[in-house]
Design a binder for this molecule. Structure first.
Ligand SMILES: *Cc1c(COP(=O)(O)O)cnc(C)c1O
Length: 400
């Protein structure tokens, strides 16, 4: 429990979980758009940012869209998910992974996380295919920048001829055995939201190797205009195309993706070392198979180190105990020192929105357990070593 006996200086300026890190080149491309008056959803920045992502991931097509959520929506639609289609979805994730399934009338069936990566558990997925033999779609996330257990997931999906939609929103730059995130699904999605590894302020892309699918998505994203001299529409469309200004920011950031990953890894390593004497574990991955982008440094408290914690409808409470702590206490203490942490994503099967959706677990509801014992630590690229050392001291102070 936090007793306040250790003297720690609060942060003068708020320390963020993950804030944008700009480098100046973004302005060059924004200015170019301004000076040439390509202030719309057409222009060189859009074309170039698509090329940069295609080159980086090795994907044949990248389609630039307004947000990662919009990209997920068109991925779901392109995969053929319609009214009543059941879809196996990662349970421990952000709602933007699964809400687009519902936009198209699909019904998510949530699949438990595995403890070794916090991503979809291949065994639970196999179990789900036994229960729902007609399912042909899987939405799998690479959580916090750690790739899913790609080969195992792919093997189960191939056995059942299921299409994989990969939510790589958090994982740009990560890879599984040298296969980049963004190529692990049949259709993949990345995000350039303000807190991601690189940002365009907002923005997202849909990635695929399928020419026809890419062309379809491009067309849907511009209100499905047919190639006619008047406004001709045969299909339902959306206004989902990325702005040329947003693409300018992304273009400037792309030169710094590797640098961001290096910095994020240093943050993760420093936490791991600094917290190694506490009863906690960092977000795990399989070193032989996976190279994360270390987007967020997270940790779980060991079960025996947890004090009693309650999470009511909207507010947490806990019972302080010597030598123990809990995510609610650590988050509260971080806040007291002007630093921003966050609970892990609350599992979808625990959301009132998805109360009537099925949840499949081969073990014992790992995702709820991870949510109970886990939190995201401030992982801002801009923080100094001294600031991170203070954060580590704050976490220690919670276990007094
Ligand atoms: C950020 C995020 C998204 C959505 O991306 P936006 O660009 O914010 O719409 C989807 N899934 C996950 C897991 C995310 O973290």
């Amino acid at each position: 429990m936090y007793t306040g006996t250790t003297v720690i200086t609060p942060f003068e300026k708020k320390l963020y979980l993950a804030s944008p890190t700009m480098h100046g080149e973004e302005l060059v491309y924004i200015n170019r758009a301004y000076e040439t008056n390509w202030m719309s959803t057409l222009g060189e920045n859009i074309d170039e940012s698509e090329r940069l992502i295609e080159r980086r991931t090795g994907r044949k097509h990248a389609v630039a869209l307004t947000t990662g959520t919009a990209a997920m929506h068109l991925a779901v639609k392109a995969a053929g998910i319609t009214r009543g289609t059941k879809v196996f979805c990662s349970d421990l994730t952000f709602a933007a992974s699964t809400n687009p399934v519902v936009y198209e009338g699909g019904i998510p069936v949530f699949i438990d996380a595995e403890t070794s990566t916090w991503n979809m558990d291949p065994t639970s997925l196999a179990l789900a295919f036994q229960k729902y033999t007609d399912v042909r779609h899987v939405v799998v996330v690479n959580l916090f920048g750690t790739p899913c257990r790609y080969e195992a997931i792919r093997a189960v999906c191939e056995k059942h001829s299921a299409v994989i939609i990969e939510d790589a929103a958090e994982a740009l730059g990560a890879s599984y055995l040298h296969k980049p995130a963004g190529t692990l699904g049949d259709i993949s999605v990345i995000s350039f939201n303000g807190n991601k590894i690189i940002t365009g302020t907002s923005g997202g892309m849909l990635l695929t190797d399928d020419d026809t699918l890419a062309a379809k998505v491009r067309k849907w994203s511009t209100q499905s205009r047919e190639d006619a001299p008047w406004y001709q529409h045969n299909e339902l469309g959306y206004n989902y195309r990325m702005s040329n200004l947003v693409a300018g920011v992304i273009r400037g950031q792309m030169n710094h993706l590797d640098e961001h990953i290096t910095r994020k890894k240093a943050i993760y390593d420093k936490y791991q070392k600094g917290l190694s004497d506490l009863p906690v574990q960092m977000n795990p991955f399989d070193e032989a198979l996976m190279s994360p982008n270390y987007w967020l440094s997270c940790m779980t408290l060991n079960p025996e180190a947890m004090c009693e914690q309650h999470r009511g409808k909207l507010k947490p409470s806990y019972v302080p105990a010597h030598g123990k702590s809990c995510p609610s206490e650590i988050l509260e203490t971080l806040k007291r020192f002007n630093a921003e942490g966050r609970p892990l994503w609350k599992p979808m099967h625990l959301q009132p929105l998805y109360a009537s959706n099925d949840f499949i677990s081969a073990e014992d509801d790992n995702s709820a357990d991870l949510f109970r014992r886990g939190l995201c630590l401030p992982s801002d690229i801009n923080m100094t070593e001294e600031q991170q050392e203070r954060l580590i001291a704050i976490v220690h102070a919670c276990f007094e």
